[in-house]
Design a protein around this ligand. Structure first.
Ligand code: AP5
Length: 207
């Protein structure tokens, strides 16, 4: 049986956008550490207060905090047949911790060159009511909801550069770690949202 799937890739690669398609195909719940941390920041919990400084600076939240969060999430009843991880794991210690608590069947790596990332991130807008992700040019929102859309605080050009540095230094080596275990499926993420969606769907159907 198919266990958990990891969606891997740089910030702004389209992990959140394509997660919706994988959830439809597999029925597995999406577990996004970024969404969980942002919810904790809004709720003002101890976790949110600790995570906020790292997130605003575009740095990774410490491994032990993230691993604790995931261990709790995987105790929920909807996680028993595996989940779709979005934005986790992001370091080798996180991947090692994950391997000790659940079975990862596949890692889908959405590959996008750095030069495409900044434009994608700076133009991103989120719908706070539905969580839907839009882009001012590549996925324009319906005019009737434009006024309620928000921009993430870490979606500035300066913070994106830090997030890309963190990705290359701490997260990218994890791609080789999963490749050496025969789990990595690379997908070209440089096309349109629909083209990348089709490539991701083919990868998932082939698992
Ligand atoms: P997180 O929320 O996980 O952010 P991220 O990894 O930087 O990824 P994004 O959400 O920015 O991008 P995405 O790949 O989901 O792209 P999207 O689909 O939205 O993490 C935020 C912070 O939390 C981190 O910096 C860190 O501090 C902390 N954190 C989270 N997890 C952690 C962990 N495990 N360990 C430690 N710290 C952690 O698409 C982006 C935009 O592009 C959208 O506007 C979309 O419409 C558009 N788009 C998507 N695909 C395409 C396409 N093919 N063509 C054109 N536009 C496209």
């Amino acid at each position: 049986m198919l266990g958990s799937i990891v969606l891997f890739g740089p910030p702004g690669a389209g992990k959140g956008t394509q997660a919706t398609r994988i959830v439809e195909l597999t029925g597995k719940p999406q577990v996004s550490t970024g969404d969980m941390l942002r919810a904790a920041v809004v709720a003002g919990t101890e976790l949110g207060v600790e995570a906020k400084g790292y997130m605003d600076a575009g740095e990774l939240v410490p491994d032990q905090v993230i691993i604790g969060l995931i261990k709790e999430r995987l105790k929920e009843p909807d996680a028993t047949s595996g989940v779709l991880f979005d934005g986790f794991p992001r370091t080798i210690p996180q991947a090692e911790a994950l391997a000790s608590i659940t079975d990862v069947s596949a890692v889908i790596s959405i590959e996008v060159p750095d030069e495409d990332i900044v434009g994608r991130i700076v133009g991103r807008r989120m719908d706070p009511e539905t969580g839907d992700i839009y882009h001012i040019s590549f996925k324009p929102p319906p005019p009737e909801i434009e006024d309620r859309l928000v921009q993430r605080k870490d979606d500035t050009e300066e913070t994106v550069r830090n997030r890309l540095d963190a990705y290359h230094e701490q997260t990218e080596p994890l791609g080789s770690w999963y490749r050496s275990r025969g789990l990595l499926t690379p997908v070209d993420g440089s096309g349109t949202i629909a083209e990348v969606g089709d490539a991701v769907a083919s990868a998932v159907i082939g698992l």
